[in-house]
Ligand binder design. Structure first.
Ligand code: NAP
Length: 545
């Protein structure tokens, strides 16, 4: 297909987003001979890694496991310089993939899809963008990511602030120089925890405003050991296959014992060893940390003790030590020298758990009845996760039903892939799938394969529409909640529960039953003739029957 054809106004599939999901989708659909349009709001590929350029941004899945598996040459040839990759390296990888598979020329950059309406008469989706482009498509695939709508809280006075403001998830492309500046950081989730140590190195003074403390485990990051890299590359295809059937889509050493089945000495020794290794594997120190409060308490207390050992000022250490929710039920953070940063003379911590930020002033902010002046404010305040980006597009299915309306009490999907009344609308890593509770690369590849194979299934059988049965969707929605309710996750006010966005329905959005379990369910459903989905033949083919 020529570059001009890819600007066609009628295509087989529209893909929204050119992050890792969109790129792989584009590659597969083009390989299979489908016509496509891809719309991307950024000026380049990479999705999350295009937007999150804040200082210290880094992936907390190991580099050898956070990459595509679909091309053997690609995975053999690419070299990751560090055990955990920094944002520029991951973005360079995304750009390399786009170039290597000749994808870039087929993407409309700086173009946001504003409307997507299903027309029952033509059985096509009608797409409109902010640039005025309109397209008719049979299939619409939302590859818009789960954490892509940045949130700056509505604090009084924000528009009057005369300094510079930043959000970690929408960081400028050019280097921001904080040298000599007094800066505020609001938010201590994964992004804040990564950014704060790096900002403290550069700025004259950093004041961190913390609403809820987070559990964080050191990454113990370092240069990639060439022997380790070689050991992965020698068995890459076997290891990738193993990853696909694990609990979280990555190979971690799960200790298959409950925490309380061993004595105190063994428990402490296990946590110590896991802390030394670093990374999210701390949560697999025992097999019941996310199910048993008693077991979880032991891991939570271990981390609190670590914080008390690292942070010299006991009052600061106590503010940093999380006590109101079980470890792991808010996304575990992985850091490089986070708690140590509070031993620096140029870093202060302000506890706003009881009072919140009262207002922003032209020169700073007021919190706890104290006035602070800042040159810049960095918001590390998170995202309207999983549904926010989908709702930013006016998506309407059968009978003009808005997705937002159908999901007013929470997302309703079958397998996190489709929603009834929205034929041929697919979501990559949508709510109700393992998505953010997994190694995203593994879940992305699985969903892209599922979607492209479904589209081929339809083409081969002259089917025109695919849609979940309402009963299957209802059953799946209940199942997702049932599985989550057996865990400790609902006990935290996390973004997984929608708790960070005022007015958002409170329910656990991802599927926590495990990547392998989920994958097997999908395989069984396909083997059983796409159980739970219904298809409609092409109108002409139907008339001929
Ligand atoms: P986040 O986890 O939602 O954290 C947002 C922080 O801002 C929280 O500390 C929150 O406090 C605080 N906050 C929000 N509104 C506030 C307000 N009005 N006043 C004061 N504080 C406020 O967001 P994030 O850190 O950007 O991370 C989001 C997700 O992105 C992560 O959980 C992770 O999945 C992903 N991520 C991954 C990596 C990685 O791979 N290394 C790095 C960064 C992000 P509360 O806790 O009280 O709400």
């Amino acid at each position: 297909m020529s570059n001009r054809d890819s600007r066609a106004s009628t295509v087989d599939a529209v893909i929204v987003g050119a992050g890792f999901s969109g790129l792989y989708l584009l590659h597969r659909l083009r390989e299979l001979g489908f016509t496509t349009r891809v719309f991307e709001r950024g000026s380049g590929v990479g999705g999350t890694w295009y937007w999150n350029r804040y200082p210290g941004a880094r992936c907390d899945v190991e580099s050898m496991q956070y990459s595509y598996s679909f091309d053997e040459d690609l995975q053999q040839e690419w070299h990751w310089p560090e055990k955990f990759s920094a944002q520029p390296d991951i973005l360079a990888y995304a750009e390399h993939v786009a170039k290597r598979f000749d994808l870039t020329q087929h993407i409309d950059f700086e173009t946001e899809v504003s409307k997507a309406h299903f027309d029952a008469a033509t059985r096509r989706w009608h797409i409109e963008t902010n640039t005025g482009a309109t397209v008719e498509t049979q299939h619409l695939i939302m590859a818009t990511g789960c954490i892509s709508t940045a949130q700056i809280p509505e604090i009084d006075g924000l528009s009057d602030y005369r300094g510079d403001t930043y959000h970690t998830g929408k960081w400028p492309h050019e280097k921001v120089d904080f040298t000599g500046q007094r800066i505020a950081v609001v938010g201590t989730g994964s992004s804040g925890i990564q950014a704060i140590p790096v900002l403290a190195e550069e700025a004259e003074h950093v004041t961190v405003f913390q609403r809820t403390p987070n559990y964080s485990i050191p990454s113990q990051n370092g240069p990639m050991h060439l022997k380790y890299e070689a050991s992965w590359k020698q068995r890459y295809s076997d290891l990738r296959e193993e990853m696909r059937y694990t609990g979280h889509g990555s190979i971690k050493d799960l200790n298959d014992k409950p925490a309380m089945s061993v004595d105190e000495d063994e428990r402490q020794a296990t946590y110590k060893e896991r802390w030394k290794i670093g990374g999210a594997g701390f949560l697999t120190s025992f097999n019941d940390l996310l199910f048993s409060q008693e077991s979880n308490d032991t891991a939570s207390e271990f981390v609190r003790q670590k914080i008390r050992q690292i942070v010299k000022d006991p009052e600061t250490a106590e503010i940093l030590a999380p006590k109101t929710y079980p470890i792991g039920t808010k996304r575990i953070c992985i850091d490089s020298g986070y708690f140590e940063t509070y031993n620096r003379d140029n870093v202060d911590l302000v506890d706003i758990s009881e009072t919140s930020i009262k207002r922003i002033t032209p020169t700073g902010l007021i919190a706890n009845d104290q006035t602070y002046d800042f040159d810049s404010i960095v918001f590390a305040t998170g995202f309207d996760a999983m549904t926010g980006t989908l709702f930013n597009v006016d998506i309407r299915g059968r009978d003009n039903l808005a997705l937002k309306e159908k999901w007013y009490a929470g997302p309703r999907t079958y397998l996190g892939l489709m929603s009834e009344a929205f034929p041929n609308l697919f979501m990559i890593t949508g709510p109700g799938s393992p998505s953010v509770k997994s190694n995203m690369m593994v879940s992305i590849e699985q969903h892209v394969d599922f979607v492209t194979e479904s589209i081929v299934h339809m083409r081969d059988r002259e089917l025109e529409l695919m849609e979940p049965e309402l009963a299957s969707e209802d059953e799946w929605v209940d199942h997702v909640q049932e599985v989550a309710n057996k865990t400790l996750f609902p006990r935290a006010n996390s973004w997984y529960m929608g708790a960070n966005i005022p007015g958002k329905p409170r329910l656990f959005m991802p599927y926590i039953g495990g990547v392998g379990t989920y994958r097997r369910k999908c395989e069984e459903i396909v083997a059983d003739g796409y159980r739970g989905f219904r298809f409609e033949p092409k109108v002409a083919a139907a008339a001929a029957e």
